[in-house]
Design a protein around this ligand. Sequence first.
Ligand code: GLY
Ligand code: MN
Ligand code: MN
Length: 361
Amino acid sequence: MTLLAALRAWLEAEQLDGVIISSRQNKQPHFGFATSSGYVIVTRQHAHILVEFRYYSDVAARTKGYQLHLLDSGHSLSSVVNQLAQEEDLQRLGFEGDQVSWQTGNQWQTAMHPTLVSASLDSLRQIKSAEEIALIRVACGIADATADHIRRFIQPGMREREVAAELEWYMKQHGAEKPSFDTIVASGARGALPHGKASEKVIVAGELVTLDFGAQYQGYCSDMTRTFLVAGRYTNAEQSPLYGVYQTVLNAQLAAIAAIRPGVACHTVDNAARTLISDAGYGPHFGHNTGHAIGIDVHENPRFSPTDTTLLQPGMLLTVEPGIYLEGEGGVRIEDVVLVTESGAEVLYQTPKTLLMTGEA
Ligand code: GLY
Ligand code: MN
Ligand code: MN
């Protein structure tokens, strides 16, 4: 189904005559690029893009099948909405109430003639099209190449921030528009911080270092975590005091992936990882969800959480990222992006998940 056909089926189900789309993430598939500026209005008959001068010609060149409206001092969103309401008899108009500020929502309700109804379009992004999956595969390929490069690059004595700078530079050299979120480099005891953004800390031989990063490619995200052993202290990975913890996280990650197939509830996948970690005695040290859907946004719904009852369907893309965090000692997390297929799951990364040492080998 095309994007507009899916939206019109959604309008029908929600008993709406049209919808104002204002969020960056839900406008992107219509505009062809990400911007916080402008609006899309889809009605039962027509599709409109309202955009200001700065973006007008770019949008005009990229889009087909939309009526374009220039927003300027004489043509506001509400004046265009009121004109369309008259022309197309729009009475119930959806808007993204969870994305619009209280102040803006109130202004719209006062200025616009149709009745505004808060609705969420996010469920329409849960199943990715073949084109979207292809873009995310490229984003994942950039992350794979970057993981290999950065593992070889890391040396004891470097600062976490220097590692993050090299990692982000490398991703951009290989096609990324930008990182999909702030790069996490958490070494030694900082590994116990699940979201330890790269700091001034110096990386020391024999520590574990967790790297969590992603590339945004043509508006779509990847998200990868690997934990490496910093070379220079041990001759093999089994000598690391956290090797057993690493193996527990890896087994939990593999168990969760093995549980993924169409029809399975998201909480079942979470439970597969969580049970393994709890049975090993680390339950209290795994305090976040096992994963999240990913696409235009790095964090989308559904979630591999203890409470998410969403049933998996082919074409969904989610991360699987259990971790164990031990205050004062360090932590381990391993994260893949996984595509739900007709028969199970496909991991979109090639980077190995055994505990690898940093450096050239
Ligand atoms: N660092 C964001 C995530 O992995 O979800
Ligand atoms: Mn991540
Ligand atoms: Mn993630």
